[in-house]
Design a protein around this ligand. Structure first.
Ligand code: NAD
Length: 277
């Protein structure tokens, strides 16, 4: 008897920076369950104009770290550059899928960026500039709308596909560690999830959900934000202790499972942290 969840369905995995990215755990779990993945990473493309030398080196290094991690962890897997700050990058990616006749059965949005958190210190909200606010909102929240837009426009999202993004309890509650400007973007990401669930559900049966995950220091984003002590606090507060990346990956696979009628959900994979006062 075949007990695998997928039968060759193809999922786009965004947000892999290295082997420790949450998105990497999701990619592995999809493959382990009989699915296929296409991975995209931040990198330098022909659409990037007027960048400083430093910014170019950063993008080149990001992409080579991403490719190495994918090669080492997932083996032979299709990869592409995707920068959600550029419409041209998202459109070229969607167009590329269309030209190859690829239809996605869903995608993972695992992208966040907030320049107001530096070396585990956060800027007070009162000091956040319009650009810092808009950049964080664009990359961490609006990108879910925009990427969906281009995939739908080029008809590369299959009927009944499933979209999932990764959120955090800070979308609703003030946290005890640096997380301020980005919490507003996470709230927007969750609201976008609900609105898209309605719009895309009616349009082509596409499901859209988000998962609020425990704090995790293994990734670049987590390491730039959290202290060891922060993880200990949430581990102690959570009835089951902090959830692990594999818990998250299993939940995403569940939400990606073909044919379910789960949509517009904001799930918690956090060891029960959210129920505590
Ligand atoms: N680490 C945690 O504690 C935690 C907890 C809850 C939710 N999350 C969320 O999980 C997701 C993945 O984070 P992670 O912890 O695996 O960190 P990570 O650093 O591995 O992943 C963040 C990713 O965002 C990508 N990114 C940033 N700007 C981009 C752009 N313009 N275009 C395309 N990609 C871009 C980065 O390249 C990177 O791959 C994020 O949404 C994050 O907010 C993380």
């Amino acid at each position: 008897m075949n007990t695998q969840i997928f039968n060759g369905e193809i999922f786009l995995i965004t947000g892999i920076a290295d082997a420790n990215s949450l998105a990497m755990y999701v990619a592995k779990e999809i493959i382990a369950n009989g699915g296929k993945v296409i991975c995209t990473g931040l990198g330098l493309s022909s659409f990037h104009k007027g960048l400083s030398e430093k910014a170019q080196v950063f993008l080149q290094r990001s992409y080579s770290d991403f490719q190495l991690a994918v090669q080492q962890e997932l083996g032979h897997t299709p990869t592409a550059i995707l920068d959600v700050s550029l419409d041209e990058s998202m459109e070229a990616f969607a167009l590329g899928l269309s030209e190859q006749g690829i239809k996605l059965n869903g995608f993972l949005h695992a992208i966040a960026m907030d320049k107001t958190i530096r070396q585990k210190e956060v800027k007070p909200l009162l000091e956040v500039t319009k650009d810092e606010f808009a950049d964080t909102m664009e990359i961490s929240a609006f990108s879910l709308v925009r990427l969906s837009h281009f995939l739908v426009k080029h008809n590369v999202l299959a009927e009944g596909a499933s979209i999932c993004s990764i959120s955090y309890i800070a979308a609703a509650k003030v946290t005890f560690h640096p997380y301020r400007n980005i919490s507003i973007a996470k709230a927007a990401l969750e609201r976008i999830t609900v609105e898209l669930a309605d719009e895309l559900g009616r349009k082509q049966g596409v499901r859209v959900n988000a998962v609020r995950f425990s704090p995790y220091m293994g990734s670049k984003a987590g390491n730039a934000t959290l202290h060891e002590n922060d993880l200990q606090i949430s581990d102690e507060v959570s009835p089951l202790g902090n959830a692990a990346p594999l818990d998250l990956a299993r939940e995403v696979v569940h939400l990606f499972r073909p044919g379910t009628r789960i949509t517009g959900e904001i799930r918690h994979v956090d060891g029960g942290y959210n129920i505590m006062g």
